[in-house]
Design a protein around this ligand. Structure first.
Ligand code: G1P
Ligand code: ZN
Length: 544
């Protein structure tokens, strides 16, 4: 096999987290930059001889070029079977599904998730292992070590593969299979949910829904599943064609960026059900008629009603939520007499619990929900789960959520983000907060007494690994909680996230606006940390 090696300068990459390497496109376009990262992945999992690999991405700018580079390098490194999504497309959950179903040795996913795309915007790459989940911290650490010392990479001399035609291509001893990116995933969804009942709901002529694919990767998936297989009317999926720049939009499914969907879900003529997903298809936002469902509540409601879904009819093993996510799911777990695990922020912490069979459902407040069907969070899966419940319960979204609050009480939740603040100021603020923690219990602010203040740490019950310093928590005597964290995914300066939640049980107090219901807790959070003094900001940039 002709292998040409190129001497390169050491790779100046950031340490990749388990969400991989995310950088501006121009950085990836530097000579040998992408190649060095890919070779470092292959060196980490070496020997690659006779191994199989899945490759695909969210369709953003540079996706196709990167895939051609990766295919040539994979062949040169000895992989014998490479599965590529047609057009270079594979949503993150679909890639996880394909890795598991075809039992490959792993996959490379190209995406910068919900970050904008285009020549001046972001690109990203990550490696998922044979379980379909993001590589562990040990593996990403090894990849990083290789990037520091790499001096050559392997590739072959070959023309670009035609990514647009499905079929097998023999290439210098390897087989490249260009596969339909949707069918394996759609089949998996059909095996989990009651497509009969969902189809009757969608065809009954009364129920109206909209799915906003935000010109990102879920368009083809949502069209095939919702419109073709379930019979929702044509046009149910909007912004359905994946574009390299996401149509200039910001493919993040929240109330700010999914504004077209929000319009259709508001006012007198609002639709019954709306949903959106992000760039690579792992996040979800679900809405009812003039009704927003908080992701923390969504996880709790899915768990409480899981037995109505064929795949979970025998019950769920356990639930996990990230620490800043409200404790709504805990209440359901205790009613179901199952365990609820509290993990640090980030999907990677759910992997061990899922692999060990300790949990079936998991989720984060940041619009991520998932189950043991794959090893990534899954946007469209969450939407189909809701549709299955609406069909089985024959109820509208608002009634279902209200019923849940009546039964379990409501955990009011909000997150305040302060973006692109000065990193030094942010670090100083945290240093001072950490020093204050011991003296806080017993102190009063705005009529609330602090009961407990600590830093969250996590002991993984499966591999016994410890994660320290995973966020500052303050508990108040009104059932409230304040959490402070610095974002690990922001790209400019520091992003401060303040999470606020409070439990309410009085039947007549369940329908407040979360900002009002949490107003004094928000004041306490600002006062204790001195947010304005340290950051100069008087209000958050984003409230979810
Ligand atoms: C954010 C979210 C977190 C999620 C991650 C990747 O991370 O808060 O829940 O797992 O994106 O989608 P952060 O920027 O807060 O570190
Ligand atoms: Zn994503």
């Amino acid at each position: 096999m002709p292998v040409s090696t190129h001497t390169t300068t050491p790779f100046a990459g950031q340490k990749p987290g388990t969400s991989g390497l995310r950088k501006k496109v121009v950085e990836f376009q530097q000579p040998h930059y992408l190649e060095n990262f890919v070779q470092s992945v292959f060196n980490t999992i070496a020997p690659c001889t006779a191994k199989s690999l899945v490759v695909g991405g969210d369709g953003r700018y540079y996706n196709r070029q990167a895939i051609q580079v990766i295919i040539r390098m994979a062949v040169a490194n000895g992989f014998s079977r490479i599965l590529v999504g047609q057009g270079g497309i594979l949503s993150t959950p679909a890639a996880s599904c394909v890795i598991r179903k075809h039992e490959t040795d792993g996959g490379i996913i190209l995406s910068a998730s919900h970050n904008p795309g285009g020549p001046d915007e972001d690109f990203g790459i990550k490696f998922n292992g044979a379980n379909g989940g993001p590589a562990s911290e040990t593996v990403t650490g090894q990849i990083y070590q290789h990037t520091q010392t790499i001096s050559e990479y392997q590739t072959i001399d070959a023309e670009d593969i035609d990514l647009d035609a499905c079929g097998s291509i023999a290439l210098q001893g390897a087989v490249i299979e260009v596969i339909d990116p949707v069918s394996d995933y759609a089949e998996l969804m059909e095996s989990l949910f009651d497509f009969g009942a969902m189809s009757r709901l969608l065809r009954n002529g009364e129920f109206r829904m909209c799915f906003d694919a935000m010109h990102a990767v879920t368009g083809p998936y949502a069209r095939e599943i919702l419109e073709n297989r379930l019979g929702a009317g044509q046009g149910t999926v909007i912004n359905a064609v994946p574009l390299e720049d996401f149509g200039g939009g910001h493919p993040d499914p929240n109330q700010v960026h999914a504004h077209e969907l929000i319009e259709r879900m508001s006012g007198e003529d609002a639709l019954d059900f709306g949903a959106a997903s992000d760039g690579d298809g792992d996040r979800n936002m679900v809405l009812g008629k003039n009704f927003y469902i908080n992701p923390c509540d969504s996880l709790a409601i899915l768990a409480a009603n899981a037995e109505l879904v064929p795949a979970y009819a025998k019950g769920i093993n356990g639930i996990a939520r990230s620490m800043p996510t409200s404790r709504a799911a805990d209440r359901v777990a205790s009613a179901l007499n199952i365990d609820c695990y509290e993990t640090p922020t980030g999907w990677k912490f759910f992997g061990n619990l899922l692999d060990a069979g300790k949990i079936t459902l998991c989720g984060e407040e940041s619009f991520g929900t998932g189950s043991d069907h794959v090893r990534e969070k899954d946007g469209l899966w969450a939407v189909l789960f809701w549709l299955n419940l609406l069909a089985a319960r024959d109820m509208n979204v608002a009634d279902m959520v209200h019923e849940h609050w009546q039964k379990f009480g409501r955990d009011y939740f909000t997150r305040h983000d302060y973006e692109a603040i000065d990193s030094d100021s942010a670090n100083n603020m945290f240093a001072e907060l950490e020093q204050k923690l011991v003296s806080l219990p017993g102190q009063q602010f705005e009529g609330l007494t602090i009961e407990k203040a600590d830093q969250f740490s996590y002991l993984d019950p499966v591999d016994q690994s410890r994660s320290e310093g995973q966020g500052i928590r303050i508990f108040t005597d009104n059932g409230g909680r304040i959490v402070y964290r610095l974002s690990g995914t922001g790209t400019q300066g520091a992003t401060l996230r303040v999470y606020l939640d409070r439990y309410e049980q009085s039947a007549d107090l369940l329908d407040q606006d979360p900002q009002a219901a949490l107003a004094n807790l928000i004041d306490v959070a600002n006062r204790i940390a001195g947010i304005e003094a340290f950051t100069g900001r008087t209000a958050p940039d984003v409230i979810t």
